[in-house]
Design a protein around this ligand. Structure first.
Ligand SMILES: Cc1cc2nc3c(=O)[nH]c(=O)nc-3n(C[C@H](O)[C@H](O)[C@H](O)COP(=O)(O)O)c2cc1C
Length: 248
């Protein structure tokens, strides 16, 4: 099979990095170029990345990405580079000013959606590029819990917003985890129209299969997901979007 496809099909998040092994500047630039070359709505490029390699800055990130139970995410510190992905309409605002126009896209949900989609595609491209180069990656959404600190620390201007981070580095002892089992493909790829009928059965089947694959008989995926999505776990962000200029 094609090497890149194989790395995509076998990918699993890496959370143990060798802190002594660093990416070369050339490798980092290749990953950044792949991330920037991703598709972008109307070619508007409403995304940016802050490249974080400095140890003191990574210490700050470790603090900002504590898990909800107060545990540090050590992979944030041990990875070689942390890419902080932003929605970026700051550049867009300059573009409109250049044209003697006034930006309005940030007044609706559409702006946040466009920016988030651009960020997600770019994150996927950076992940695929890093994995194709034999590196390990894990995305970090926990940055949004401390989004206000992150905005201050990394000097993020108006009309930008931090969405997700990506740890990239060399897996410790060169060990990559086995890919994590997904729901059956038919729950994701619906033929011709949305198929609701089998979903409940598929969820039961998946609960059983994933706990077996993890060798964790007490693990129930549906309970795990329910424990996150039974509330809005980042309600403070609404006011912060406004503060950053997104007047939704
Ligand atoms: C947007 C996003 C945010 C994530 N945030 C975190 C995080 O803060 N910490 C972490 O350890 N993993 C995080 N992950 C990784 C997921 O937990 C992981 O992708 C998921 O469990 C599936 O496992 P896999 O990537 O090994 O297939 C995140 C993934 C995504 C896409």
């Amino acid at each position: 099979m094609n090497h890149i496809l194989q790395t995509m099909l076998e990918r699993g998040s890496v959370r143990s990095f060798d802190p002594t092994q660093k990416l070369s500047p050339e490798t980092l630039e290749t990953i950044l170029k792949a991330a920037q070359q991703s598709p972008t709505s109307i070619s508007g490029q409403q995304y940016s990345v802050i490249v974080i390699e400095d140890e003191a800055q990574k210490d700050k990130l470790l603090e900002y990405t504590m898990s909800s139970s107060g545990l540090p995410q050590q992979h944030v510190k041990d990875c070689s580079v942390f890419l902080l992905f932003l929605i970026d309409f700051h550049k867009t605002d300059l573009v409109l000013k250049k044209e003697g126009s006034t930006m309005g896209i940030h007044h609706g949900m559409e702006g946040l959606l466009i920016g988030s989609v651009d960020v997600g595609i770019s994150l996927g491209a950076a992940t695929a590029a890093a994995e194709a180069l034999g590196l390990g990656t894990v995305a970090i959404g926990a940055i949004r819990r401390s989004a206000e600190d992150i905005i201050k620390e990394f000097k993020l201007p108006q009309y930008t917003f931090p969405v997700v981070g990506l740890c990239i580095g060399y897996p410790l002892d060169n060990i990559k985890p086995a890919p994590k089992l997904r729901l059956p493909l038919s729950s994701f790829a619906h033929k011709a129209h949305y198929q609701v009928s089998d979903l409940n059965t598929l969820l039961d089947k998946y609960n059983k299969e994933i706990s077996e694959s993890m060798n964790a008989p007490d693990f129930k995926w549906t309970s795990f997901i329910a424990s996150f999505y039974n509330r809005d776990y980042n309600p403070h962000l609404l006011a912060l979007y406004e503060k950053q200029g997104f007047k939704i």
